[in-house]
Design a protein around this ligand. Structure first.
Ligand SMILES: [Zn+2]
Length: 47
């Protein structure tokens, strides 16, 4: 797991979230579910 800071492009809030690294998620077969903004629930978040 890695912790990244993301910015929501819907409401502009910054938040930190823990995500699987791409290769790690592949090995474990983890679903790549979209990250949601905790403030507005939007999925348009970028690093
Ligand atoms: Zn938001």
């Amino acid at each position: 797991m890695i912790e990244v800071t993301l910015i929501c492009h819907n409401c502009g809030s910054k938040f930190r979230v823990k995500v699987f690294e791409p290769d790690e998620a592949e090995k474990k077969g983890a679903p790549k579910s979209p990250i949601r903004c905790p403030e507005c629930g939007g999925t348009d978040v970028r690093r």
